[in-house]
Design a protein around this ligand. Sequence first.
Ligand code: 3HC
Length: 294
Amino acid sequence: KNPVGRPADVTGREIESVGVAGAGLMAGQLALLLARSLRVPVTMREIDEDRAAKGLAAVQAEIERATARGQLGANEAEQLGSLLSVTTDVSDLAGADLVIEAVFEELDVKRTVFAELEQVVRPDTILATNTSSLSVTAMARDLQFPERVVGLHFFNPVAVMPLVEVVRAERTDDVAYATAFAIAESCRKTAVAVADAPGFVVNRLLLRLLGEVLGALEEGMPVSVADEALAPMGLPMGPFQLLELVGPAVAEHVLVTLRQELGERYPDSPGLAEVVRTGRSFVRGEGRPTASSP
Ligand code: 3HC
């Protein structure tokens, strides 16, 4: 079995060009962080022009916001703008030394994306996944070169959260693994080596907390009470605000994976399912299908 823990005496690959599969919320934040930290061109790839344009606009808006807050100088903002681009053509990622995927949290979707990428990139291009809960080994299984696949799990908001989970799959080789640690370090993150287990470490724990809070919601506890009650415990935000930040649909996918893999400790949440189905919000008081609701 592949050992978990940063490999000694192995240097990661030199990264001169990065691809990001997806241009959604996490993908855009990752693209920005990688361009800013590695100072190399970063190209995001989306499946249609509309999503591509929206993704790039969100990244540009974030550059403007950070500049207005004094977190970026004008020169740096301009340089970042020129390093970042978006495409709908996967072959535009052909020259990348690293591609990180941040597409929808579903195994088949991610496997398709990796298979597609493998058709265009070099055999030694590192393929990283930002999955929060899925098996990296399963994602790599049918690839021609599965040894270049590694998990690199950043948290939302990517610019601020200090942790990265680095996941070694069954066949990940030392170079891909060492490169993942080196990238996390270049981004000034704390990298932790975690096993390729459902939810890794953070989401395995976080979803137990959120599951308990969602259970209390079913029993009639108001959303605002949960958020207020947990603030004095030192959490940076309440559990429902966190669900809003992560996205209820993403949280539901993680929950389903954990229930499938680890069982009833991760129970179904009708309240969460309802919010996902209707697009309502817990935090704005529109998504509280509690036991006592009319
Ligand atoms: N992008 C970039 N920077 C951001 C940001 C964003 N989306 N959101 C906040 N920031 C920055 C602000 O610019 C600010 O920077 P400054 O101190 O240099 O001015 C700093 O973060 C603090 O922001 P605010 O003052 O606006 O607000 P808060 O102090 O309330 O912090 C928070 C906001 C950082 C989001 C904080 O509430 C927090 O840490 N929340 C917990 C988030 C968390 O647990 N994330 C993990 C989710 S789980 C996950 O991602 C796994 C997934 O796989 C399911």
